[in-house]
Design a protein around this ligand. Structure first.
Ligand code: FE2
Length: 308
């Protein structure tokens, strides 16, 4: 926990734009195993098996893009305190907390982070009562991994505005937690303000492997993995989705509490030739490493006018 800061509770959802929405929707429902839950004003909403109303939204645009990341706050008071933390941090592209329409919650605000990423903080989203795991279906967004031009400034913003806690640092990235999952946000030390990948949490190892098979059937082989990561100890398989969206099926994420001791780069050195705990994965494909460069945040995605 970051001393004195009010924290968000979760990364609820990611809003994205695709040049061919129909193809993207077909992929995310038929191959990735999310379920279509709503459509409004040209935006399609997809849910996992968890309680969150949706975990991904897709709209059509001339260029692929990230619209925003949406974080969950406990209540209106928490939204107001997080807003005050954002103002105190010196963010100046920021809206005031206001009433929102479902399914986006009943109150929230948006801002741009120091590198221009669009963030929304909301509370009161009406969720689903049927939230039991289902085999081979993602529960929720596990984490988003972001490349950075200014990793220290971005880390300070996640820590001081959203209350994230640093759980591990490796030579390449910082891992940030806002709850019991070891990480919900990962911040790399380079590669510009682009997307590294979006990870979806599967209920178990078997579901990850079956998902990898379904992706193969869909003409999309594994770009990295399978393996078990160092920080977080989670199992991974990475793929390129529609329009080369870098995506991961993950599971078995380490659960932590306040006693977790953050590791340093020296704690996370692999023996020569190893990149995961099992020792079975090779390097990520080059196209996987480059894919996220096309995913930049839009100029105005921090404005939540479409939700009011
Ligand atoms: Fe990941």
């Amino acid at each position: 926990m970051t001393a004195g800061k009010t924290r968000v509770r979760a990364l609820r959802s990611i809003d994205i734009a695709m040049t061919d929405k129909a193809k993207a929707l077909q992929f995310f429902t038929d191959a990735w195993n999310l379920s279509l839950v709503a459509e409004a004003a040209g935006v399609h909403y997809l849910r996992g098996t968890g309680a969150f109303h949706h975990i991904l939204s897709i709209r059509e645009a001339p260029q692929t893009a990230l619209i925003r990341m949406v974080f969950d706050a406990a209540d209106r008071q928490a939204v107001d305190v997080i807003h005050a933390q954002a103002v105190a941090h010196g963010l100046n592209t920021i809206d005031a907390p206001r009433a929102l329409k479902q399914p986006h919650g009943d109150y929230g605000f948006g801002y741009k982070d120091p590198e221009g990423r669009n963030v929304a903080v909301v509370c009161g989203v009406r969720g689903h009562a049927d939230a039991a795991d289902r085999a081979d279906r993602p529960r929720k967004i596990s984490h988003i991994n972001l490349n950075n031009s200014d990793p220290d400034a971005t880390f300070a913003c996640f820590r001081d505005v959203l209350g994230f806690r640093l759980t591990d640092t490796t030579k390449k990235m910082r891992f940030l937690s806002c709850g019991s999952d070891h990480h919900s946000v990962v911040l790399g030390f380079g590669d510009g303000t682009t997307l590294n990948h979006i990870a979806f949490e599967m209920p178990n190892l078997d579901s990850i492997m079956r998902g990898a098979g379904r992706m193969r059937d869909n003409g999309r082989g594994i770009e990295w993995g399978p393996g078990r990561h160092g920080p977080g100890n989670n199992v991974f398989c990475y793929f390129l989705g529609p329009e080369n969206l870098p995506i991961e099926y993950t599971g078995e994420m380490q659960q932590i509490d306040a006693s977790y001791r953050a590791g340093e780069p020296d704690d996370w050195k692999w023996p020569p030739g190893r990149l995961d705990h099992w020792g079975i994965t090779a390097k990520p494909s080059e196209r996987m490493e480059l894919a996220g460069q096309n995913y930049l945040f839009t100029a105005d995605g921090w404005r939540l006018d479409e939700w009011r």
